[in-house]
Write a protein that binds this ligand. Structure first.
Ligand code: UDP
Ligand code: MG
Length: 325
């Protein structure tokens, strides 16, 4: 028998969870019929939701033994949710998908077909368009992928998503990367392996709202750049060389003007401008350095990536105890 773990990070998903459960069990039921070797477990992660997400996990766990869950002590972010899921999944294959049905479960049978014979280690979807997304957002996303792929050795595929069907081997490789600042798009690509991209048209969220603001996404993209490239650090050296060259030319021009043409050395305003420009550049470069230093600082603390306050095991044993009494 082969076990497939379906990992689903959830943050305030009370509106869609029942719908999601119906869909996923329907699809996996059909898959189990077609491939009798398959068994499934559903591993839900409650990322510190403020709504009834955890209560719904309890309901699902009561009626279905295949449902497992981990509930975080607070919101740690989707990256931590995925890490917790991968770490605790017991399957020979692991699927990571969103709860909002933007990652349609109907893709799973196709994905399994690519992975089952060992031809591929991972099957994932790739957005072919950005329908339903604002123009500004699409523009920034496009620029991000362009810059990222220019300055980083790790290829980040435009439109690639966190919807993945992976083999145990690939999951173990991802878990080896135990960094605190996690940027999954980079991590998935960094570990390598053979990946099959399935084209996919963007689907709207089934219900609820996205937890990503524009600013949040922008910060996330900077995180990504810092996690997988050190190019910004080189900016300081580049700017340094350029301003030295300009200073040298200016020096020669001033000397020549004074000695040969006898022009008086003047220019209080220009001096002020230059001082402002250069000190601005210096602060900018120190800022970049500071960002990397901050990341290094957080990494060296070796804080846990997530903290669980409840799991299905704990919930079930508590319930069994209560029933005995
Ligand atoms: N998510 C999470 N923790 C967070 C934010 C989001 O676990 O702090 C989950 C969320 O429940 C969903 C998935 O990550 O299953 C994707 O989130 P969302 O749909 O808000 O993002 P989008 O699809 O707009 O990128
Ligand atoms: Mg979504």
């Amino acid at each position: 028998m082969k076990l497939v773990s379906v990992v689903v990070p959830c943050y305030n998903e009370e509106d869609v969870l029942h719908m999601f459960y119906e869909e996923i069990t329907k699809v996996t039921g059909e898959m189990a019929k077609e491939h009798p070797e398959l068994e499934f477990e559903y591993l839900f992660i409650n990322d510190g939701s403020k709504d009834k997400t955890l209560e719904i996990f309890h309901e699902l766990a009561d009626k279905d033994d295949r449902v497992r869950f981990i509930s975080f002590s607070r919101n740690f972010g989707k990256e931590s949710g995925m890490y917790a899921g991968l770490k605790n999944a017991k399957g020979d294959y692991v699927v990571v998908m969103d709860a909002d049905l933007q990652h349609p479960p109907s893709f799973l049978p196709q994905m399994y077909n690519f992975v089952k014979d060992g031809e591929y280690d991972c099957a994932t979807t790739r957005r072919v368009n950005r329908k339903g997304e604002s123009k500004v957002r699409s523009w920034f996303a496009m620029k991000f992928y362009k810059i990222m792929n220019k300055i980083s050795q790790t290829e980040i595929v435009d439109g690639a998503q966190d919807f993945r069907f992976m083999t145990r081997q690939m999951v173990d490789a991802i878990l080896e990367m135990s960094e605190y600042n996690r940027f999954s798009k980079g991590i998935f690509s960094w570990v390598g392996f053979k990946v099959k991209y399935l084209p996919y048209e963007n689907v709207e969220r089934a219900a609820g709202t996205t937890s990503w603001s524009f600013w949040g996404l922008f910060k996330y993209s900077l995180e990504g750049i810092m996690a997988f490239s050190t190019a910004p650090l080189a900016i300081a050296s580049m700017l340094g060389i350029i301003s030295c060259a300009i200073a040298f030319i200016l020096m020669i021009v001033t000397i020549v003007k004074t000695i040969i043409f006898g022009d008086p050395v003047a220019g209080y305003p220009t001096t002020i401008c230059v001082i402002f420009l250069l000190s601005g550049l210096q602060l900018f470069c120190t800022g970049i350095l500071g960002q990397y230093l901050a990341k290094t600082y957080l990494e060296t603390k070796h804080r846990p990536i997530y903290i669980a306050s409840e799991t299905e095991e704990l919930y079930r044993s508590k319930k069994a105890d209560a029933e005995k009494k």
